[in-house]
Design a protein around this ligand. Structure first.
Ligand SMILES: C[S@@+](CC[C@H](N)C(=O)[O-])C[C@H]1O[C@@H](n2cnc3c(N)ncnc32)[C@H](O)[C@@H]1O
Length: 258
């Protein structure tokens, strides 16, 4: 991947400010880390994830619930249920998410004696998830690009992407799915929850696209194309019926590594 932001880019410097990751060494050193350029330059909503102050503002369950039109709890529960019931072994959460998703997943993984790796490309998100999961020793949070995972092949029993794919441009989405498939064990499960094209009677079918075009332009692809098309070519097969929520505005897919 060459499309990376310069380490001295002003947006990245402001995004790093206040990050506790800077005190860490090795690959996790936020001072040397350069996230994919699209996150800070091409995504109009970058500020919602990148800056420590935004993290403090957005880390509120009611706010995330409002952004998801009251569906946060439902989507979180459905995603966690689709990942389980066995949470032993190694679980990977690709990209952080606001709210109680990670603590709840950590609780389930910890109770089963497993381990949970959470990766994200932004230092402020990694700091935040470390804070949220501080009481769960089974959690390890690492700065990483989902399109170039620093894990060996077939390392994980399950992988989850909660509302991630709509944040990514086409090429990154394709690489992210390929990487998730690579690090999954044979028979391992990949669960992805994201936007979909709402039913024709749904008012948001007409209102959402212009809003997304403004705030999250990469999300439009999830409304225009069936999610299967993004997984084509990856060694994955659908392992459960495709589920939709809230008049099909959201979808959940469960795939298995073959
Ligand atoms: C998973 S979505 C969060 C969705 C939802 N709004 C929520 O909070 O529940 C956003 C996260 O994806 C991360 N992200 C986007 N592209 C990434 C990439 N290439 N590698 C790792 N993390 C990425 C962002 O840094 C951000 O923390």
């Amino acid at each position: 991947m060459t499309d990376r932001i310069s380490a001295t880019h002003p947006l990245l410097i402001s995004a790093r400010r206040g990050s506790e990751c800077e005190s860490l060494g090795g690959a996790d050193n936020a001072a040397r880390w350069t996230p994919p350029a699209y996150l800070l330059e091409r995504s109009p909503s970058w500020w919602a994830y990148a800056h420590p102050i935004s993290v403090r503002v957005f880390e509120r369950e009611w706010l995330i619930n409002a952004i998801l039109f009251g569906n946060y709890d439902r989507l979180r529960r459905a995603t966690l249920e689709a990942l389980g019931p066995d949470y032993s072994g190694r679980t990977l959460q690709v990209a952080c998410a606001y709210g109680g998703f990670t603590p709840e997943l950590a609780q389930r993984v910890g109770a089963a004696g497993g381990s949970l790796d959470v990766i994200d490309a932004l230092p402020a998100q990694i700091d935040n998830v470390r804070r949220k999961a501080a009481e769960h020793p089974c959690v390890r949070a690492t700065l990483m690009d989902s399109a170039a995972l620093d894990f060996r092949e077939r390392a994980f029993d399950r992988v989850v992407m909660f509302m991630l794919l709509h944040e990514q441009p086409e090429e990154w989405r394709r690489r992210t799915i390929a990487e998730a498939a690579r690090v999954l064990k044979l028979g391992g499960r990949l669960v992805a929850t994201d936007y979909a094209r709402p039913d024709w009677r749904h008012p948001l079918r007409y209102l959402l696209p212009p809003a997304l075009a403004l705030l999250e332009p990469f999300a439009l692809a999830l409304l225009r194309r069936p999610i299967e098309s993004f997984f084509a070519g990856a060694p994955l097969r659908f392992a459960a019926p495709h589920r939709t929520f809230f008049g099909r505005l959201y979808q959940l897919v469960v795939l298995e590594k073959i």
